[in-house]
Design a protein around this ligand. Structure first.
Ligand SMILES: [Zn+2]
Length: 178
């Protein structure tokens, strides 16, 4: 006889049920996805979940974390099932999600992520992932300055030399006044 699901005690335990259709697992997925502003819609098979996840990886915040999260959520739901069965320890969905976050935080493959928005920054903080330093172009501020006394200044369109390394706008034309 098949055993009952350790997570909800409502249904027969199968890998499909534990990872996808179990009410407990759904709560874990929902809470984890809400971090990425995504909604858990439920999936009839793991293949469809994986395929949806791959597509989302192109648009979600911090895709590296997103990709790692899929396997880590499955792993942590399974670990929770084992803790209940063998250690008689029960944790709520919120804590299982926190374990997923902790796993990502200690994940050596995600060293740094490129922050493109405030939401990225907040997510990186939740997962304690360091920010990658983006390669910034050197920006030199060029401001208009009045010429010294006795000189005229002629402003012309921007000119560049060593393009695109350095650009200057405006040139001085030295000539004495009067
Ligand atoms: Zn269940």
């Amino acid at each position: 006889m098949a055993s009952r699901c350790e997570l909800c005690w409502a249904e027969e335990e199968t890998s499909h049920h534990i990872l996808l259709s179990c009410n407990f697992a759904s709560q874990v997925w929902s809470k984890a996805l809400s971090l990425f502003n995504e909604v858990w819609i439920g999936f009839p098979s793991l293949e469809l979940l994986f395929s949806w996840w791959r597509k989302k990886a192109k648009v979600v915040l911090l895709a590296d974390i997103w990709k790692a999260l899929l396997i880590i959520i499955c792993q942590q739901i399974w670990f929770e099932r084992n803790k209940r069965r063998y250690d008689n320890q029960r944790s709520p969905p919120r804590q299982v999600v926190q374990r997923c976050i902790n796993e990502i935080s200690s994940c050596s493959i995600i060293k740094g992520v490129t922050i493109k928005s405030v939401n990225d920054l907040m997510l990186a903080k939740i997962f304690k992932v360091s920010k990658a330093t983006p390669k910034l172009k050197r920006v030199i501020e060029v401001r208009w300055k009045p010429p010294p006394m006795g000189w005229w200044k002629l402003n012309i369109d921007g000119s560049s030399f060593g393009n695109p390394v350095m650009q200057v706008q405006g040139e001085s034309l030295g000539t004495t006044r009067g």
